[in-house]
Design a protein around this ligand. Structure first.
Ligand SMILES: Nc1ncnc2c1ncn2[C@@H]1O[C@H](COP(=O)(O)OP(=O)(O)OP(=O)(O)O)[C@@H](O)[C@H]1O
Ligand SMILES: [Mg+2]
Length: 465
């Protein structure tokens, strides 16, 4: 057994689940035990008293029992670690990290001898308020995006981060996964979905109650001020999901519901005040005010999520598909969109017994029913002028110039241009700039969806069905 390597792997597993590392004495106990030393020998070597080593060991075996799912003692720790597959333990348990974080206290009674300084990481465990956060069983890839987010949060202290992308691309998944990676930086980690379009005062009251249930002012201005005070007093990571549900359906992107515009006051205050916290907003569409804020010098950044790359072919692993060598083709065809890939994999499993090769024999792009109904919901949110442009684009065989499309559609130019911009703000258009001008097009799957849904002999399908 390579003891140093095993200790490192165990440390990785612990960090993956709790955001905390083994400290010096825990490592000493572990290494000594794996070298068959007694507690007295470990104490002598590490400079701690024998009783402290014994207490630390007893806590450590309990911790390892929780981590590894079987009773660990000094007598059996070596045998258990020898048979543990650490990489699969880390991957298979990522979704349960936070629960474990809540249950363990790594450094309860540690004291440090004179020549050993305490570990540098923050030792408190954050208070988690993830009530209605969805649970995702798998998470693959997104390493670059995660590094960017961590850099913005930890190194650049960006107060307000927006993560944009079309529905199902993985905004909620990446934000929740991020929590697993950096919990040690925060006093509070909070997730709230605005799916049901709550008023600002409902959202603020809900958030303020987390910090102090007693003193909640009635007016919005005082609520915002108090909220910012808490963001200053504590280091908080707050994820506000489904911002797009604050906007009006069948209007251009980012058109606020009349009584929800006050959210801009909150976002402005978060961006412009000096505090110690990070707020992440997740939305399927951009809005004007956030774009204006982004142009300022305030600490705001936005990340636009596109599909997973074909290196993340293992996203199809749990579906038990065959022909692994073809999985990256599927990922390319369905633009690395995790939800579309999931629907497609299910279809292949049910209809082709998992044989990807047979499915790919079609010369035509297939839009599985799950994808269609998912896209139906996006389609119904569009303004009629946006639908008109999408219908025109679905009939084009190549990217078309913006000025050219205005001649093909029976609408005034202002309507057309604003609607194109709106579709861009929803990430539904591909745009490309060449020396011949600016061109727009639809990604193949959207094109196929519109053609099969609205343009090809389906008379019962009105635009808003
Ligand atoms: N990196 C990933 N690895 C594996 N699965 C993923 C990944 N990202 C997303 N998924 C899966 O794709 C599905 C959609 O993800 P998610 O709900 O995060 O999308 P979203 O962008 O938040 O969508 P919406 O805007 O509709 O809320 C989920 O089932 C999730 O498990
Ligand atoms: Mg989401």
């Amino acid at each position: 057994m390579d003891i140093a390597q095993v200790v490192d792997l165990l440390d990785d597993l612990l960090f993956d689940k709790t955001g905390l590392h083994l400290d010096f004495i825990q490592k000493s106990v572990l290494e000594g035990t794996l070298q068959d030393q007694t507690y007295a020998e470990i104490a002598l070597k590490s400079g701690y008293s024998e009783s402290h080593v014994g207490d630390t060991a007893s806590d450590l075996w309990k911790l390892l029992s929780q981590l590894l799912g079987e009773k660990v003692r000094k007598a059996n720790v070596k045998a258990i670690l020898e048979k543990t597959n650490f990489s699969s333990a880390i991957i298979s348990n990522t979704s349960s990290n936070i629960t474990v974080t809540n249950n363990i206290n790594l450094c309860s009674n540690n004291t440090y001898p004179n020549n050993n300084s305490p570990p540098t990481q923050k030792k408190s465990i954050p208070k988690l308020h993830l009530n209605n956060a969805p649970k995702f069983p798998y998470f693959y890839g997104r390493n670059n995006e995660l590094s960017t987010l961590k850099d913005w949060i930890i190194n650049q202290q960006i107060h307000l981060i927006t993560i944009f992308g079309i529905s199902g691309i993985g905004k909620t998944a990446i934000a929740l996964h991020l929590i697993n990676e950096i919990p040690q930086h925060f006093d509070y980690i909070i997730y709230r979905s605005l799916y049901f379009s709550p008023s600002l005062t409902t959202t603020l009251t809900n958030l303020l109650q987390i910090f102090s249930p007693l003193e909640i002012p009635n007016d919005i201005e005082s609520q915002i001020n108090l909220f910012i005070d808490y963001l200053t007093q504590y280091q908080c990571l707050i994820i506000l999901d489904d911002i797009q549900n604050l906007f009006t359906n069948q209007k251009l992107a980012g058109t606020w519901q009349t009584d929800r515009t006050s959210y801009n006051l909150l976002f402005q205050a978060i961006a412009q005040s000096s505090h110690n916290s990070n707020i992440i907003l997740l939305s399927q569409e951009k809005w004007q005010e956030i774009q204006q804020l982004e142009k300022s010098n305030y600490p705001i950044k936005s990340l636009i999520l596109s599909g997973l790359d074909s290196d993340t072919a293992e996203i199809l692993h749990h579906q038990n598909l065959e022909n692994e060598e073809l999985w990256s083709q599927l990922i390319t065809i369905y633009q690395g969109h995790p939800l579309w890939l999931d629907f497609t994999a299910t279809l292949i499993l049910h209809l082709y017994a998992g044989n990807v090769s047979q499915f790919l024999e079609y010369n035509q792009l297939i839009v599985p029913e799950g994808v269609r109904s998912h896209l139906d919901r996006q389609w119904q949110k569009l303004a009629p002028t946006e639908q008109t442009i999408m219908l025109q684009l679905a009939q084009e065989t190549a990217p078309i110039g913006i000025s050219k499309i205005t001649h093909k559609i029976d609408l005034v130019a202002t309507e057309i241009v604003n609607s194109i911009l709106s579709l861009k703000m929803r990430f539904l258009l591909e745009t490309e700039t060449t020396e011949n001008g600016n061109f727009i097009s639809l990604i193949p799957i959207l094109k196929e969806y519109i053609k099969s849904r609205y343009l090809l002999n389906l008379p019962d399908k009105g635009y808003n069905n």
